[in-house]
Design a protein around this ligand. Structure first.
Ligand code: ADP
Ligand code: MG
Length: 663
């Protein structure tokens, strides 16, 4: 048998693939590779069992369609014989008379319609002839092409154990050519995909599914054809071949199955297990009768009609009926005549085994998908591989991807979610800062306007108060007042200048300053009622830091003034200086009314004030914020305005870098 394995038998429709890995799981030879989350069939590894086309609920796995090639063949001026697999009663269950079915096939343009069942009769006879020899040495039936491919590809050392007998399809092809001439083209019609690549002797192979399409296209129905019988030679018991143990039953060797050491297995798990056992226990000399899918009557080339057991019953009923009508003498004559033909078959070795990677490499990949210890090996099968180890090996072999591991992907997802949360939080705080700097910018514009307007009248006040002061004699009682006016006007000018600087975002004028003294100075400049006391405490070793004195003084006095104003009934204000090598923090804590949650987000907004008109300006905290930011610092607020939640009060903490001063 020469397998024209160049043909790709199964394809993936990428758009339909939903990446469930069911095909990976069901593929007995791992011929499906996942690349970028997409499944693709590796032709060299595929044995054409068609399991994946059956299990894919999305219809993303389709098999090679050759009905168009058949149409071309039928158009040629040549004798074309259809040879029908004996499982046809399991597919065309709606047909009450097989002769109608034969008529329909003939109507498609076939010159001859024969049954593979007769080929099965002769193959069975061959097996019977060889049986004692086969059983003595142990052997594997070669009637299922997917099994033959499997042995050739994945157990090449067992190729010699494959029965050297052709399949019923090839046997029938040889019989048809012998009877009707070598130029007769032969088309196999059956339930199997692998048949399309089994033998070059067969000119075309289509499935029952494709046959149904052809019937529909040509509007051929059981009602509009002439019922005819199959062309000879007619099949006998071989028609029972497609039901499990069919070949053995046909060969008459199934009755004493125990004595004869025959093992029958079908389906992707069972057949592999049987082969493994066969290989390991060769001395037991079993004969294996194997099918790759779940049997010819539910083959991948069948449409999904009817249940397995009713299909089986249909085949049995058909065979029973046929055997009643059969002309046994003629059948025997035919068997005798055609059994002279050569039905032998040689099998080839086509090793497709992949090398198994080393332990070190496997454990490295296992670790990369979170399997550090044996207890991490969940072997859940969600990736399509039975064990985590098999998945790891497949990753190394380039067949699988790490994302296929569901527990690993879920864990990765959790991590991404928490990463996302973190970046979300930082985004929120950046947004907050941005909002604040927008507010600051508008406040800057405003203060620049005011400062500009104030500058001129202040200049006039300074100039005239100086003139008046100079004119007043040393002992003039107004001189002291004039000096105060000059001094305060100068201070105003400085602040206005500072505001202008701030508005222009000028750099701060940093000078090394003793923060402890500086805080004390700020406390001294505050006007406070008797019932309020201000304490200051330093917890730092080195008090030196680089700050802009005028501006930072505004920060402290504003915070202190706010604290005083928040305590109409008196209390204590605590100022604490802390710090480390890089930063200095000044904390101002009061026992005042606190800031409500609703107000909290507004306190840095220019002109936001809860104090009555004429009392508050709402410019204190925005200014504080701007100055702290210009010092590359930070400001934090904690407050409780709810009596029930505990003592009320507010803490402002200003932190800024020491700059080159200190340490
Ligand atoms: P103003 O003092 O002119 O109202 P600020 O910008 O200094 O403007 O303060 C804005 C608002 O923030 C105040 O009106 C007040 O509601 C609130 N606030 C600021 N500091 C405190 C504090 N220590 N305790 C309670 N509320 C405060
Ligand atoms: Mg204020």
């Amino acid at each position: 048998m020469s397998h024209s394995r160049r043909k790709q038998l199964v394809f993936t429709v990428k758009d339909r693939c939903r990446v469930c890995y069911t095909c990976v799981r069901e593929c007995p030879v791992k011929a499906i590779r996942i690349v970028n989350g997409q499944a693709e069939v590796i032709n060299e590894r595929c044995i054409g069992c068609g399991n994946c086309t059956i299990v894919c609920s999305q219809g993303a796995k389709i098999f090679l369609q050759t009905d168009d090639d058949l149409k071309t063949l039928l158009k040629q001026e040549q004798k074309v014989a259809a040879i029908i697999a004996p499982s046809f009663p399991a597919e065309f269950t709606e047909m009450d008379d097989y002769k109608k079915f034969v008529g329909m096939v003939r109507r498609l343009g076939f010159s001859l319609v024969c049954e593979v069942a007769f080929g099965a009769d002769l193959v069975a006879a061959k097996y019977k002839e060889l049986h004692h020899e086969l059983a003595d040495y142990g052997s594997i039936s070669s009637d299922c092409p997917a099994i033959v491919f499997y042995i050739e590809h994945y157990h090449p050392q067992l190729v010699g154990d494959l029965a050297k007998v052709v399949s019923p399809m090839v046997a029938m092809t040889r019989i048809v050519k012998e009877k009707y001439g070598n130029d007769t083209k032969v088309v196999f019609i059956g339930p199997c995909i692998a048949k399309k690549a089994e033998s070059d002797e067969v000119d075309e192979a289509i499935t029952f599914k494709e046959l149904r399409t052809l019937f529909e296209e040509n509007n051929i129905t059981p009602e509009n054809v002439n019922p005819t019988d199959f062309d000879p030679p007619h099949g006998g018991k071989g028609a029972i071949f497609p039901v499990s143990r069919g070949l053995l039953q046909t060969a008459g060797i199934s009755e004493d199955i125990l004595n004869e050491n025959v093992i029958v297995a079908s389906g992707r798990v069972n057949f592999r297990e049987a082969i493994r056992e066969f290989e390991n226990e060769k001395e037991n000399k079993h004969h294996l009768e194997l099918l790759c899918c779940r049997g010819c009557i539910v083959g991948p080339g069948m449409s999904k009609r009817g249940s397995r057991y009713s299909r089986r019953a249909n085949v049995s009923n058909y065979v029973r009926k046929r055997l009643q009508d059969i002309d046994m003498d003629e059948w025997k004559r035919n068997v005798e005549k055609f059994s002279k033909l050569d039905f032998s078959q040689q099998h080839e070795t086509r090793d497709r085994r992949m090398s198994v990677p080393g332990e070190e490499e496997i454990s490295k990949v296992l670790k990369s998908i979170g399997k550090f210890e044996i207890k991490d090996h969940l072997n859940c099968g969600s990736c399509g591989y039975d064990t985590c180890r098999e998945h790891a090996i497949a990753i190394i072999q380039g067949l699988a991807e790490d994302e296929m591991c569901l527990p690993y992907s879920i864990e990765k997802l959790h991590k991404s979610i928490s990463d996302l949360n973190i970046s979300n939080e930082s985004l929120a705080s950046t947004r907050q800062a941005l909002k604040q700097s927008e507010k600051l910018a508008s406040m800057g514009q405003l203060s620049a306007g005011i400062a500009h307007e104030l500058n001129n009248p202040l200049g006039v006040i300074t100039m005239y108060s100086n003139i008046l002061k100079d004119e007043a004699s040393e002992d003039d009682p107004v001189r002291e007042d004039l000096e105060l006016i000059v001094e305060q006007a100068a201070r105003c000018k400085k602040i206005v200048g500072g505001l202008l600087n701030f508005a222009r975002k000028n750099q701060v004028n940093l000078v090394p300053t003793n923060i402890i003294d500086f805080v004390k100075q700020s406390i001294a400049s505050i006007i406070k009622p008797e019932n309020i006391t201000i304490y200051s405490e330093s917890k730092i070793v080195d008090p030196m830091a680089n700050i802009d004195n005028d501006q930072m003084m505004q920060v402290l006095t504003n915070l202190e003034k706010n604290a005083v104003e928040a305590m109409p009934d008196g209390g204590q204000i605590q100022i604490t200086i802390t710090g480390d090598k890089e930063n200095v923090s000044i904390t101002v804590t009061d026992e005042g009314t606190g800031i409500s949650k609703e107000n909290m987000e507004h306190i840095f907004t220019p002109f936001f004030t809860t104090k009555g008109t004429g009392k508050g300006t709402g410019l204190g905290l925005p200014l504080v914020y701007g100055i702290v930011k210009m010092h590359q610092g930070q400001i934090e607020v904690k407050s409780n305005a709810d009596n029930q939640a505990g003592k009320t009060g507010t803490t402002f903490k200003v932190t800024f870098p020491r700059g080159s001063a200190g340490y």
